[in-house]
Each structure stands twice: as structure tokens, then as C-alpha cells.
Design a protein around this ligand. Structure first.
Ligand code: ADP
Length: 629
């Protein structure tokens, strides 16, 4: 038969496929299998009303085979098949709306072609990404004649009559020769093909069968040997676990699915099954893992949920389905309300996707709340792995999510000696306690040891020990909980020192101004102010800051690239009722050199209590040894 040319728009698409440098070429198989599955569905549908079709309608199945020598992969179905006219119509032009849309997108200027192909299929022609010749042998349920369609790409195609025993279609793809950059032969491999089917087409409703190589023992005793044989196996699992009625699937089955699919060895903390039937219908199975994957805090970690449409995976990790603070959630979303052929950009703006994402966010938060209230052990496991993520969620986006998240936060309580919620804290506040107190430090013992923290506890107040770098920002973002102010034990005006004591300390500081200035000078710029504080009990000195940047923030910024300049303004607080202060006071008059040394010791004490390391340990040790002489 004479060679026919492709219609011009098809040609453009074809060129694109043939010359595709797109890395995800492997989706071709998914596309051809989807077509086969559709063809089976169509025949079933037609046979509901068409007697003659019913006779030809068997149990649908898709068979896949490959031939290493001929370099071919064949996908056969027993679907409705095509007549000569249909072949012409369907494979000679861009018939379907999805391809057409794709082409329209392509025609827009400044588009990155490869980005648009993305992970979305463009159907039959995608086979040209890997094949240099496509052959379609097909027989329609409507007639007895079979046809063969053949094309080597852009040059055109031929259609001829041929023989085919049964109704259906075989698509034979002859793979391109391997090149320096591309290894097409990799698809001529049982393992690789099985993997592709599992990855992309596991939930196609019809069995996808393939001959699989097996080994068995033959013979007896001495004669015993192994022989290789092939067996046809169904590769796909057909009904996805999330499509089965919720009550029919046990958590164990879901967990097994999670571990297989997301390659985790540990059971997740929880599974959330959603069957939503509203403006947008979708099913989802979501998992809250128990452990952060090893790459969780790196750029390599891919946030997102697997997105399916009609049993076909269209995206492995759809980011837009999850807010950043829930990036640890894994799972699948399946909806028939999204077109398979939609480009990635269009998908991102899709109303349906947004509706699903909003709903998912709500469900996950509700599940976390349920765990916290009903299964605290599990919540603690989750918290250990991902609590920090929720904290980042509070501070990110200008605190937009804080209302949603504050009840899910846990902090270590001095009174309870365990993690508690802010709700628990406020429900058990001491008589007359106005604020929620926290104390920051590198470790629990550092947060505990800060003089102001000791003083707060002595007053009978519970103190939350904060040890994560982001913690102080979390508290500053929250500001209040249940109308109670959240304050640091180091904050001025935090109610730990009485108004009276503050006034007295101020008066005394004015009187001792000369001494305080002397101490400040002796410390050679280490602090910006030296002041007196009453109520420090047994502590001679304590370190505080002024001007908004706290010591914790300084540490936080020190870790960020390019932010090393941020320094807290240190204030050395001295206890005028302590004997050390009296000593330095008298010494300053008689022996200024000695007073300088005492000043340094008082600063070092305060630094250690604040959980900081000493700026000059040798000097400090020298000073202490001198005292012991
Ligand atoms: P789509 O499947 O999205 O419509 P394709 O480019 O993949 O687009 O295929 C074009 C058309 O060719 C299909 O709509 C279908 O009518 C026909 N077709 C493709 N594969 C088969 C098949 N295995 N059996 C019957 N018809 C097929």
C-alpha cells in the first residue's frame, strides 16, 4: 500500500517524540498499556447493548512479550480492535483531545518541551521515544478482516490487510539502536518490564500478563539438575488497595502496602483512608511514617503524594497535594476527575487538585489530633520523628498556620518531667500564675540550670524547657496561648521579679554606677551592660540579653550561611545580696586588679549557667586556681 503522510499537527507531535531528549522515556509502556486497557473497557461497554460484540467479548487481558533478537516489545489486548478507517482516523491524526491540548500547549512560545511532556503521557506516539518502528496489527469486533498499520515515524505510515485470529490489537515496538547516551536495550529485559508495569500500571483493572523465566529441579539423586522454563504470570495487582471498601482492608494490609510502595522497613504510625464524594470525588490512602527517611532533611527528599487517575499513575510525587509542614506524609490519591493528559502547569492550577489538597490537609491534622488524644504513645513516636517539622510549620509563612498547629505541639515540662501540650500547661497553672514560662538551652539540663529558670520553678511555676533551635521562634510566633502570654524566664516584665524588687535594684544600681561601669570595662566588650537584679537567690550572676536578639537566636543565626553577624547584646546581671558582690565591691576600692579578676569569674559563671562555653577557658582556670592558693 502507498505510504500516507501524517496530518501536519500529528507530524509535529511525532517529531517531538522521536527527538525527545526527555529523560522519562519509560512512560511509553504505560501509555500503550492504558490504550489496551481502554480498548478492553470499550468492548465490554459496547457488548452491553450489542449482541454481536458480546459474542466476541472475552475476559479482558493484556499480554506483554519481548524478543531480544528482533528488538521488539509487543503489547496485545483483546479489546475492540480497529477497522481500516479507524486506524487511519486514530493513528494517522491526533485524534484525542488530550493530545490536541498537548499540542496547543506546545505551540505556545517559550515553552520548555521537555517540561511539558513531564510525567504526563501523550498516548500512542510516545512509543516513538524508544522505538524506530511501530506496527499495529488489529482486528475490529465489527468485521473479520484484520489490518496492519506500520510506521517508521515522521515519513508516514502504511495500512494493509493481514491475518489475525481473534479480535483485538497487537502493538509491536521495534526499539531504536543503542547510542552513546541511550540504552534502549534495557527494556528488552524481563525484570525491567515487570518493574515498569508494577510502577505505572499496577492498578489497571485487567490482568497484564507476561512470560516469566523460572527454575525448577528435575531428576533424582545424582541426576538432579535445574531447568529453566517460562510461565505466564499476571504482573499487576489490578485492584488498588485504596479502591477496596474501607472496612475490607485491615491496617496490616495497608502497612504492608506502605512498606512496599514507599520502601520503608518500619510500620507507619497511622493510615488515613479517604473516600470523598463531593464536588471532587477521590479516594486516598495516606500514611504518617514513624521515622524520617534518611534523606528527609536533604534536598533529595521528594515531598508529595502519588497521583493516580483511573488506576494509572500520572505523577509519582505531586507536591501540590501537601502543605510544606506536612511534607512527611506519604500516600496515594486517586481521582477520575483529573484528565490524564493534562500538563504539569495546568495541573498545578487545577481547581480539583486544590480542593483535594485542602481536604487532605484537614484530614491529616484531624488524625494527628486523634493520635495525640487517644494514642499518645504513637503520637510521641511521630513527634520524635517529625515534631520539628510542625514547629517549622508554625514559624513559616509568617505564622499563618499557627492556630492550626499550636495544639499539636509538645514541650518538655519541668513539673511533669515529660512532654506536654500547651493546653495541659495552662490547665495546670499555679495559683496566681499569669504567664506561660519557658527556658531555652542546648540541653534539658542547660535549660534547667539557668538562674531565672530555677527562680521560676522555686515560685511553683512549671517551666517548659526548649532545646531545639527553632523553639524560641515558635514561642515568639505564638505569643499567647489561650489568652496567656508566653514568656521567657529571662524576659523583663515576666512577673518573676516583683515590682518592688525591681525598683530597689534600680536604685541600688544607680548608687553603684561607678562600680558597674568598672566591671563592664574590666570585661573588655564581652557585655554591653552590667546591672543589678534582686531575687537571684544563691546565684551571684546571670547572663541576659537586651534588644530583641536572645542568646538562642544568636546560636540559630550562627548556623545559617551568611547570617554570622547577628549577635545578642549581652547583659551581666549581678546579685547585690550575694557575698560575691560584696567582695568585689570592697575589693574594687583597695585592689582594682583583683576586682577585675573577680569580674571575669562572675561573667564566666553566668556564661556557664546560660549553657554557653567559655570564651577563654585557660584564663578562667588560671583565675580560679589563683583563688585557691
Ligand atoms: P488516547 O488513547 O488518549 O485517545 P492515543 O494517541 O494513545 O490517544 O490513541 C489514539 C487512539 O487510537 C485512541 O483514542 C484509540 O481510539 C486508538 N487506539 C490506540 N490504541 C488502541 C488499542 N490498543 N486498541 C484499540 N484502539 C486503540
Amino acid at each position: 500500500m502507498r505510504k500516507k503522510l501524517f496530518k501536519s499537527e500529528s507530524k509535529r507531535l511525532l517529531d517531538l517524540m522521536i527527538n525527545s531528549i526527555y529523560t522519562n522515556k519509560e512512560i511509553f509502556l504505560r501509555e500503550i498499556i492504558s490504550n489496551a486497557s481502554d480498548a478492553i473497557d470499550k468492548l465490554h461497554y459496547i457488548s452491553l447493548t450489542d449482541e454481536s460484540a458480546r459474542e466476541k467479548c472475552e475476559m479482558g487481558e493484556i499480554n506483554i512479550s519481548f524478543d531480544k533478537n528482533a528488538r521488539t516489545i509487543t503489547v496485545s489486548d483483546n479489546g475492540l480492535g480497529m477497522t481500516a478507517d479507524e486506524l487511519e482516523e486514530n493513528l494517522g491524526t491526533i485524534a484525542r483531545s488530550g493530545s490536541l491540548k498537548f499540542k496547543e500547549e506546545m505551540d505556545k512560545k517559550d515553552r520548555d518541551e521537555n517540561d511539558i511532556i513531564g510525567q504526563f503521557g501523550v498516548g500512542f506516539y510516545s512509543a516513538f521515544m524508544v522505538a524506530d518502528e511501530l506496527t499495529v496489527v488489529t482486528r475490529s469486533y465489527k468485521e473479520d478482516t484484520a489490518y496492519i498499520w506500520q510506521s517508521e515515524g515522521a515519513s508516514g505510515y502504511t495500512i494493509d490487510q493481514t491475518e489475525k485470529e481473534s479480535v483485538g490489537t497487537d502493538v509491536i515496538m521495534r526499539l531504536k539502536a543503542d547510542s552513546e547516551n541511550e540504552n534502549y536495550s534495557e527494556y528488552l529485559n524481563e525484570y525491567r518490564l515487570k518493574n515498569l508495569i508494577k510502577t505505572y500500571s499496577d492498578y489497571i483493572r485487567h490482568p497484564i500478563k507476561m512470560p516469566v523465566e523460572k527454575h525448577r529441579e528435575v531428576g533424582e539423586g545424582e541426576e538432579k539438575t535445574f531447568e529453566t522454563y517460562t510461565e505466564i504470570e499476571t504482573i499487576n495487582s489490578m485492584v488498588p488497595i485504596w479502591q477496596r471498601p474501607k472496612k475490607d482492608v485491615t491496617d496490616e494490609e495497608c502497612f504492608k502496602f506502605y512498606k512496599d510502595k514507599f520502601r520503608d522497613f518500619t510500620d507507619p504510625v497511622s493510615v488515613v483512608k479517604i473516600n470523598a464524594d463531593g464536588l471532587v470525588s477521590y479516594k486516598a490512602m495516606l500514611f504518617i511514617p514513624a521515622k524520617a527517611p534518611f534523606d528527609y532533611f536533604t534536598k533529595e527528599y521528594k515531598k508529595g503524594l502519588a497521583l493516580y487517575s483511573n488506576g494509572v499513575m500520572i505523577m509519582e510525587a505531586c507536591e501540590n497535594l501537601l502543605p510544606e509542614y506536612l511534607r512527611f506524609v506519604k500516600g496515594v490519591v486517586d481521582t477520575n476527575d483529573l484528565s490524564l493528559n493534562i500538563s504539569r502547569e495546568m495541573l498545578q492550577q487545577s481547581y480539583e487538585l486544590k480542593a483535594i489538597a485542602t481536604n487532605i490537609e484537614k484530614k491529616i491534622k484531624a488524625e494527628l489530633k486523634r493520635l495525640l488524644e487517644k494514642e499518645s504513645e504513637k503520637y510521641l513516636t511521630f513527634w520524635k520523628a517529625f515534631g520539628i517539622q510542625l514547629k517549622y510549620g508554625v514559624v513559616s509563612d509568617y505564622g499563618m498556620n499557627k492556630e492550626n498547629l499550636m495544639d499539636l505541639l509538645l514541650f518538655y515540662s519541668s513539673k511533669n518531667e515529660r512532654l506536654i501540650t500547651l493546653k495541659e500547661y495552662t490547665e495546670n497553672m499555679a495559683e496566681g500564675q499569669a504567664n506561660i514560662y519557658y527556658s531555652c538551652g542546648e540541653s534539658l539540663s542547660a535549660a534547667k540550670g539557668i538562674p531565672a529558670s530555677v527562680i521560676a520553678r522555686d515560685k511553683g511555676f512549671d517551666v517548659l524547657y526548649l532545646t531545639d533551635e527553632v523553639d524560641e521562634f515558635v514561642m515568639k510566633t505564638l505569643m499567647t496561648y489561650n489568652e496567656k502570654k508566653i514568656v521567657s524566664v529571662l524576659d523583663e516584665d515576666n512577673g518573676l521579679v516583683s515590682e518592688d524588687d525591681r525598683k530597689k535594684a534600680k536604685e541600688q544600681a544607680e548608687k553603684s554606677e561607678e562600680l558597674l561601669n568598672f566591671i563592664k570595662d574590666a570585661l573588655e566588650g564581652a557585655v554591653s551592660e552590667v546591672t543589678l537584679v534582686l531575687g537571684l537567690k544563691d546565684f551571684a550572676s546571670s547572663l541576659n540579653t537586651k534588644g530583641g536578639i536572645t542568646l538562642e537566636m544568636e546560636k540559630y543565626f550562627a548556623q545559617m550561611p551568611g547570617e554570622n553577624g547577628v549577635k545578642a547584646e549581652r547583659v551581666l546581671e549581678l546579685n547585690p545580696e550575694h557575698s560575691a558582690f560584696k567582695t568585689i565591691e570592697s575589693c574594687y576600692k583597695d585592689d582594682a586588679e583583683k576586682a577585675k579578676k573577680y569580674a571575669k569569674i562572675l561573667l564566666a559563671e553566668a556564661e556557664l549557667l546560660a549553657g554557653l562555653s567559655l570564651s577563654n577557658p585557660q584564663e578562667f582556670c588560671g583565675l580560679v586556681s589563683e583563688l585557691l592558693k
